[in-house]
Ligand binder design. Structure first.
Ligand SMILES: Cc1cc2nc3c(=O)[nH]c(=O)nc-3n(C[C@H](O)[C@H](O)[C@H](O)COP(=O)(O)OP(=O)(O)OC[C@H]3O[C@@H](n4cnc5c(N)ncnc54)[C@H](O)[C@@H]3O)c2cc1C
Length: 267
């Protein structure tokens, strides 16, 4: 196995242009599992860890920013999500770019991005593209990257609500892949966003529930129950080794409602 270790983005893109089928390595917390289980046997790796530009965290989030840094970052719901990823060792190595590229329905960073309608900037030696999160995530473990492209960063909108909450349901409190997780946001004008993970082929938005709750300036108990019911109805979960379709459906509604309650309590 040949390993290329570029130290800047230009060199990384040249390396990928020369061998477009090379495999990109960030923290290795997903890729090394694939290699260790014999599911991936890359001939050539382009390791991004030394590319400082990908670790920048200012308006946008560099693909190489680790969960450990996001735990301390400015976005409440993303920090909450980061805190639930794996163990301290996984959070020190794993990155948001790796989470996006893996495109697992259970990726804990994805509901935050979906709730904000974040965009993914991908780059190749010939240029760059901006893809909205739902253009980038094309299916379970599938993304829109073309050969020779890498994820440069995640671009967030200018307007980000202060009231934002992330929550995850799993069989344990730590080191657990979620049965269901959600991110809820509430803007000052009442607009409400609900993104749910592990409840469909990709992270999804509960748009009917959003529309219903966005019209409620001071939601009653009945409105909260209706919101919960619609979220449960809108998700598209399956039964697998982690949970059942019906439990996931129920839990998605309950989690979304609790997160919304927390947003509303925040004033
Ligand atoms: C024990 C354990 C616990 C875990 N717990 C959780 C959890 O609780 N929640 C969760 O969401 N995930 C969890 N994961 C999965 C993993 O840690 C995350 O998905 C992590 O964010 C992956 O990032 P990485 O940098 O390690 O990616 P890598 O393993 O380096 O790469 C993953 C994939 O992304 C591609 N890639 C990486 N960076 C780029 C880039 N910049 N451009 C293009 N392609 C790229 C790689 O080629 C590879 O296909 C866990 C993993 C382990 C081993």
């Amino acid at each position: 196995m040949e390993i290329e270790r570029p130290t800047d983005i230009a060199a990384a893109l040249v390396a990928l242009a020369e061998t477009p089928d090379a495999t990109v390595l960030a923290g290795g917390t997903d890729l090394m599992v694939e290699i260790n289980f014999g599911h991936a046997r890359p001939d050539r790796i382009v390791a991004l860890r030394r590319v400082g530009e990908l670790k920048e965290l200012n308006g946008s989030i560099g693909s190489g920013v680790s969960w450990a840094r996001l735990e301390q970052g400015p976005h409440r719901a993303l920090a909450q999500a980061a805190r639930t990823v794996g163990s301290p060792q996984i959070r020190a190595a794993g990155t948001i770019g790796g989470n996006l590229a893996t495109a697992s329905p259970a990726g804990d960073g994805l509901p935050f991005l979906a709730a904000l309608d974040a965009e993914v900037e991908v780059r190749s030696a010939t240029g760059s593209r901006l893809l909205r999160w739902d253009e980038f995530l094309t299916g379970p473990k599938q993304n829109a990257l073309e050969p020779g492209e890498l994820i440069h960063s995640v671009v967030l909108p200018e307007e980000i609500p202060v009231r934002q909450e992330f929550g995850k349901v799993g069989v344990r409190n730590a080191m657990v892949i979620s049965a269901v997780m959600a991110c809820v946001m509430r803007y000052d004008d009442g607009r409400t966003r609900v993104a749910v993970g592990s409840a469909g082929p990709t992270t999804l938005r509960a748009r009917r529930a959003e529309e219903m709750m966005s019209a409620e300036s001071s939601p009653s108990e009945a409105a909260m129950s209706e919101f919960q019911r619609i979220v449960s109805e809108e998700v598209k979960p399956i039964t697998d080794h982690r949970s059942t379709e019906s439990y996931r459906r129920h839990a998605a509604g309950v989690v979304a409602r609790r997160l919304l309650e927390r947003c509303l309590e925040a004033g």
